[in-house]
Design a protein around this ligand. Structure first.
Ligand SMILES: [Zn+2]
Length: 251
């Protein structure tokens, strides 16, 4: 069946592989409770093209498949005959990052309660747990300006993300970017955990701040894992878990 759909889409082997990985990513995020109804996006650049894949607007993340992903250009115009619309308001923000950050091939933005809670707290993410210490000094923050991204806000978004791969939209939610989908997945996984633990720790009261010299050692040891394969083992493991429940994402 997948072969037939692939033929109908007339896409390259590389695009089909990207479609399957992105569909898996949507399903994994949903399985882990990180989806938000039919909203929010994970976008992925089609290898070797100035085109992106995005979820079809109106479907739950659990309904995304390789073939129903919509191929669009950087303005959000459809490049394939998909019957599904694209949530252009939602893509505007992703489009700003894809256009200005050529390394950011995979981008996710979520509205999970714990990441939104941290985005909505004045102190932002604090170096008070194992996961959050990975992100100390490498997160940008962007003040809330409302739902719609206007052209001039795009400039501020790029300014605020700086050379980081994570941008916390204050009062809103996180944006996590990476050169590959597996790297984005693992980076988001750690950020999600960091926020969950921070929310719980703050509820208990008196969080312990990790001293800078310990954070430095922690990040140095982490950096030894930062290869081009970062996140690959994790992503493949979660794909196997998906397959035990439903292989529909592959079609
Ligand atoms: Zn949002």
């Amino acid at each position: 069946m997948a072969t037939q759909i692939k033929r109908d889409l007339q896409c390259s082997a590389a695009e089909w592989a990207a479609r399957q990985d992105l569909a898996a990513c949507y399903r994994i995020f949903d399985m882990l409770g990180w989806s938000e109804s039919i909203y929010n996006h994970i976008t992925l650049r089609v290898p070797g093209e100035e085109a992106f894949l995005i979820n079809p607007f109106g479907l739950l993340w659990s309904e995304v498949t390789a073939s129903n992903l919509v191929k669009i250009d950087s303005e959000g115009n459809k490049l394939c005959g998909s019957p599904y619309p694209v949530n252009l308001a939602g893509f505007t923000q992703h489009s700003v990052f894809h256009k200005h950050l050529p390394w950011a091939h995979a981008i996710v933005h979520t509205h999970t309660p714990d990441t939104m809670a941290v985005c909505s707290s004045e102190e932002g993410l604090t170096p008070t747990n194992f996961y959050s210490c990975f992100f100390e000094g490498s997160i940008g923050y962007h003040d809330f300006e409302g739902i719609t991204v206007r052209a001039e806000e795009g400039e501020r978004l790029i300014q605020n993300v700086g050379n980081h791969q994570v941008l916390m939209l204050r009062n809103h939610g996180p944006v996590v970017m990476a050169p590959t989908l597996p790297a984005m997945f693992l980076s988001y996984y750690m950020l999600q955990r960091a926020c969950e633990i921070q929310v719980k720790t703050n509820a208990l009261g008196k969080p312990i701040t990790v001293p800078p010299d310990v954070i430095e050692v922690h990040q140095r040891d982490r950096d030894q894992m930062l290869t081009a394969e970062f996140g690959k083992l994790d992503f493949e493991a979660w794909k196997r878990k998906l397959d035990t429940a439903d292989r529909g994402w592959r079609d």
